[in-house]
Design a protein around this ligand. Structure first.
Ligand SMILES: [Zn+2]
Length: 126
């Protein structure tokens, strides 16, 4: 056997392909992205990764297939405190605006939440 089948679309996944395992089910890279988007639409929050390469800033999943370009960003530099650098970003999934915050230098994990369709969206500033 050279691989296994994606639990969602049935595509053959080879061992050197990117895939994820969730609840004992295997998903190909494309379906992983779709599942993340489904979760975002349903729950309004998600943990993703912020990538900051020069002018190319984007939010991605850990496989790197999913990619949301950053539309607006803010970097906060703290002279004191636990987190010296805090990144605040805005991006869009379809028609919805999302806010992401990434703290510290140890990882690029970005906590994201939807700010449109949210009663408090008018009070969120970036
Ligand atoms: Zn698939």
């Amino acid at each position: 056997m050279n691989g296994f089948k994606c639990n969602r679309c049935g595509a053959l996944i080879l061992f050197d392909n990117f895939y994820t395992v969730k609840d004992d089910k295997v998903y190909c890279g494309i379906c992983t992205s779709e599942l993340i988007k489904e979760e975002m639409r349903k729950t309004g929050k998600i943990e993703l990764y912020l990538n900051t390469y020069d002018d190319d800033w984007y939010i991605s999943d850990w496989l790197g297939n999913l990619r949301f370009p950053i539309i607006k960003k803010q970097i906060i530099i703290n002279k004191i405190g636990r987190y010296r650098r805090i990144y605040k970003v805005l991006f869009k999934l379809e028609d919805d605006w999302w806010f992401g915050i990434q703290k510290g230098n140890l990882s690029n994990i970005c906590q994201c939440r939807r700010i449109t369709n949210d009663k408090n969206s008018s009070t969120t500033s970036v």
